[in-house]
Ligand binder design. Sequence first.
Ligand SMILES: Nc1ncnc2c1ncn2[C@@H]1O[C@H](COP(=O)(O)OP(=O)(O)OP(=O)(O)O)[C@@H](O)[C@H]1O
Ligand SMILES: [Mg+2]
Length: 136
Amino acid sequence: MHNSEEVYDTKHLESKPPQMIVLENMSFCYNSDKKIFESVHLKFDRNNKYALVGESGVGKSTLINLMLRLWDPTEGNIRINGTNIRDIDVCGLREQISIVSQEVFFFNDTIRENIDIDNKCTDSELFHMLKKKWVC
Ligand SMILES: Nc1ncnc2c1ncn2[C@@H]1O[C@H](COP(=O)(O)OP(=O)(O)OP(=O)(O)O)[C@@H](O)[C@H]1O
Ligand SMILES: [Mg+2]
């Protein structure tokens, strides 16, 4: 188990926005016969913009999925502000990450129906949410 003082919950991440993401000696394979990453060291800091560039199948999406904790590294760690993401509340972690997927799916319906799929929001709640997320 991890030290409880190091555990970040959603609140912690909101009050302490990610300054630095570090991949520390990270290896990953989906199955034993093919390593996608081997002992990778990478640093992403808040004040810069980064592009992951490479041929199809090199692992760009896999890297993002590892940061989202859809998978965990086979070896090594991913740290945000020094804390291992395994010790961060997974919902709080994912709230900090916005993704535009390369495979975008829309229902054949209005934009509103696509956003508020079960029709639970009033118009003002919807606009508030969109403004908060910088969509409009
Ligand atoms: N769920 C999975 N199970 C097993 N292998 C996978 C899985 N997802 C991806 N792979 C394999 O892992 C490797 C990296 O895939 P990934 O999708 O991360 O590449 P990519 O760089 O994002 O490619 P593209 O530019 O086509 O999006 C590929 O060989 C892919 O076939
Ligand atoms: Mg991809």
